[in-house]
Design a protein. Structure first.
Length: 177
């Protein structure tokens, strides 16, 4: 090859994703966690983060892969007592999935269950405990069940228990897809 031929062949242009600062790696969902005793506590109730980064003694960042299901609990108090209770079950999204913007979750996640207030959170926590008591990992529970709980909670209807039969049916359905 001569010098003229090398100069005549243009270099390949980088792909659109690379030019926009995105690589071929899967996009990760970052969740901010805080622990300030007697003031605010934001922690994971369940979930399998790919990595946890400690920023300082009070703050951490949990990183989730696309499709991961996790639960974040937020509790806040002031000098007079508890002022905020919140529990959210979310699913980390891939680059092209529709996601909701949630404070402390970047770039966002699919919200499956959102319970706000003392009574709503106290209604959901025993259901999570019951799932774990059956030996079922809450991250493996059907996203449809979490959405159904959210709808039942909003309508103030009875909250169904997640059974082993329901879990087996979910695993069979997921195996067919």
């Amino acid at each position: 090859m001569t010098a003229q031929t090398v100069a005549a062949t243009p270099a390949p242009l980088p792909s659109f994703a690379v030019r926009c600062g995105q690589t071929d790696a899967a996009p990760l969902t970052r969740v901010s966690l805080v622990h300030a005793p007697q003031r605010i506590q934001v922690y994971l109730r369940f979930g399998d983060p790919a990595r946890i980064t400690r920023l300082d003694p009070m703050r951490r960042i949990a990183v989730f892969l696309p499709g991961a299901i996790f639960c974040r609990v937020r509790w806040q108090a002031n000098h007079y007592g508890t002022i905020s209770w919140q529990i959210m079950v979310m699913q980390a999204c891939s680059l092209w999935d529709a996601a909701q913007r949630i404070a402390g979750v970047l770039p966002g996640a699919r919200l499956l269950l959102h319970a706000n207030g003392k009574h709503a959170v106290r209604a959901v926590l025993p259901l999570i405990d019951a799932i774990e008591a059956q030996g079922i990992d809450p991250t493996a529970v059907s996203p449809v069940y979490w959405r159904m709980l959210n709808n039942r909670l909003a309508a103030r209807l009875a909250m169904p228990v997640y059974t082993a039969e329901r879990h087996t049916a979910w695993l069979a359905r997921r195996g067919l897809q």
